[in-house]
Design a protein around this ligand. Structure first.
Ligand code: PEP
Length: 244
């Protein structure tokens, strides 16, 4: 399966940061994987202009469940497509924690994203205490069941396994732990239907150029969702080249 390497810029980036997209284009050229950069809302249009006619696609980091309505400060999926986004990250653990997003809310957003023509990257993953309690597979399975709506398939869905305790901490699960969860996700997707068999399952959580090759070598790992290491084109390009 062709891997997908997506960068989540989170709440980082001003217009000057767009130079990183220019640099990335120069460093990656005809990459052997799909590349997505997800800057903040404010940079979507300019980022899409910079990425035009390149192998870099642009994504957003959240969307509202409605197409339009009286929701001050919110942004709909259609509003992401307009400036040129093709992907949207949904259910990131930072949204689940700081904005109290539930699986049910994520599922409605995934449907909104699909309706607008976006590919949703749903994030799932256990906390440190859930892993400690031996519940990682169970937690991820429950998130998957409740956040993947009917109609989602490999053409509009990506599932990122992001153990919460590995995000931004420098901690990374062992390859065996990654393989165990990725294979359980693959199995559940297959149970959910034929169309889901080819859904890509990238890993996310402290991926860097120096550990990417080992992570990509793990079974059922179809790429990476990268936070901190996606902010600098040279480091991000190192991860992308490991996906070849
Ligand atoms: C993320 O925010 O999705 C992420 C994986 O962050 P980091 O790579 O910095 O751990």
């Amino acid at each position: 399966m062709r891997k997908l390497v997506a960068g989540n810029w989170k709440m980082y980036g001003l217009a000057s940061s767009l130079a990183e997209i220019e640099a990335l284009k120069g460093l990656t050229g005809e990459a052997a994987c799909d590349i997505v950069v997800c800057p903040p809302f404010t940079l979507l249009e300019k980022a899409a202009e910079r990425a035009k006619d390149s192998t870099v696609a642009i994504g957003a980091q959240d969307c509202h469940r409605q197409i339009s309505d009286a929701y001050t400060g919110d942004v709909s999926a259609e509003m992401l497509v307009d400036p040129g986004a093709r992907f949207v990250i949904l259910g990131h653990s930072e949204r689940r924690v700081f904005h109290h997003e539930t699986d049910a809310m994520v599922a409605t957003k995934v449907t909104a994203a699909r309706t607008a023509g976006l590919t949703a990257i749903i994030c799932v993953g256990e906390t440190r205490s859930e892993r400690g309690d031996g519940k990682a597979i169970e937690v991820v399975g429950a998130q998957l069941r409740a956040s993947v709506p009917a109609g989602a398939s490999s053409s509009n869905l990506v599932i990122a396994y992001e153990p919460v305790w590995a995000i931004g901490t420098g901690l990374v699960p062992t390859i065996e732990q990654i393989e165990e969860i990725h294979s359980s996700i693959r199995q559940r997707l297959e149970e959910l239907g034929e169309d889901r068999r080819n859904v890509r399952i990238p890993y996310g959580g402290s991926v860097k150029a120096s550990n990417a090759a080992a992570i990509f070598g793990a079974e059922n790992v179809d790429g990476a969702l990268v936070g901190g290491a996606s902010l600098k084109a040279t480091e991000f390009a190192g991860i992308i080249s490991a996906a070849a």
